[in-house]
Design a protein around this ligand. Structure first.
Ligand code: CP
Ligand code: NVA
Length: 306
């Protein structure tokens, strides 16, 4: 995967940050969270505007960016293909030039990762990836913040990814390399992560079909939906392929006693995770979700203020 042009700092993948910057953003996110919980007003982005392009649905990403910009004294604009010229075929390059001549930062959620890269190439302001088919780096800022808050440093720990080798899995692979943890990836044959991500992170990952062995001795178990956005028509085939890859209490029992459970949400109880696990005591899914707000505020500050 291409690391984006460094003259303007973009955040298209976690690897656009150094490991130190990744750690600093996690730490800053927790500081901003404490400030917000104390009710402190902090407006470093007064009069700044974030333009957000959503070509896929979203609850958390949209609300966390809009809320974050409002709390920082700025403003966010929601743009969908349904009511912008992007949806009528205006080239990404032209849209990037125009939007970045007005807004201070762009965020994009789209299908092909190359589209986010193209937007960044032609944007004169930072572009943030709010999820592509390949990666979901914002979610990893929030997940890692949640791990650090509950258990301290993740370096040297064992994390197990259960399920599809998808965008979330790829971003976990990047995080494993950058924060130096071991990542077991338990997925059915034919649903492994893309080779390019395996090549990038091979020293930190192990891929297996043996989900029980992969969870044994793990400090964190993570899963995601079996069919991602854009794969709706594969739902039935995927339900069959992933039937043995549900995170349930039996699987959690194989992990360490203090293991956490994470899921980026939205979740399908009874498919990739049982209700007793996602709603149980080891689950920190609500903290992950809330941290989207704080982690992205730290990211916006890093990109626009520092
Ligand atoms: N986890 C996540 O990105 O959620 P949304 O699709 O609701 O934004
Ligand atoms: N893998 C999921 C993540 C949703 C936040 C998807 O791409 O739909």
């Amino acid at each position: 995967m291409k690391t984006s042009n460094k003259t303007v700092r973009h955040f298209l993948t976690l690897t656009d940050l150094s490991s130190t910057e990744f750690r600093d953003i996690i730490e800053r996110a927790s500081e901003l969270k404490a400030m917000q919980h104390r009710g402190e007003i902090f407006e470093p982005l007064k009069n700044k505007v974030l333009a957000m392009i959503f070509e896929k649905s979203s609850t958390r990403t949209r609300v966390s960016f809009e809320t974050g910009m409002a709390q920082f004294g700025g403003h966010a604009i929601f743009l969908s293909p349904r009511d912008t010229q992007l949806g009528r075929g205006e080239p990404v390059e032209d849209s990037a030039r125009v939007l970045s001549s007005m807004a201070d930062c762009l965020m994009v959620r789209t299908f092909e990762h190359e589209k986010a890269e193209l937007l960044a190439e032609y944007s004169s302001v930072p572009v943030i990836n709010g999820l592509t088919d390949d990666v979901h780096p914002c979610q990893l800022l929030a997940d890692m913040q949640a791990y650090f808050e509950h258990r301290g440093d993740i370096r040297g720990k064992t994390v197990t990814w259960v399920g599809d080798g998808n965008n979330m899995c790829h971003s976990y692979m990047h995080a494993a390399k950058m924060l130096e943890f071991k990542l077991n990836i338990a997925c059915p044959k034919g649903f492994e992560p893309q080779q390019a991500f395996i090549d990038e992170t091979h020293d930190f990952i192990e891929i297996t079909q043996d989900v029980a062995a992969a969870c044994t001795g793990s400090d964190l178990i993570v899963t995601d939906v079996w069919a991602s956005m854009g794969q709706e028509e594969e739902q039935k085939i995927r339900e069959q392929a992933f039937a043995d890859f549900q995170v349930n209490s039996e699987l959690m029992a194989r992990a360490n006693d203090d293991a956490l459970f994470m899921h980026c949400l939205p979740a399908h109880r009874g498919e990739e995770v049982s209700a007793d696990v996602i709603d149980g005591t080891q689950s920190v899914v609500w903290d992950e979700a809330e941290n989207r707000l704080h982690a992205q505020k730290a990211l916006l500050e890093f990109l626009l203020v520092n």
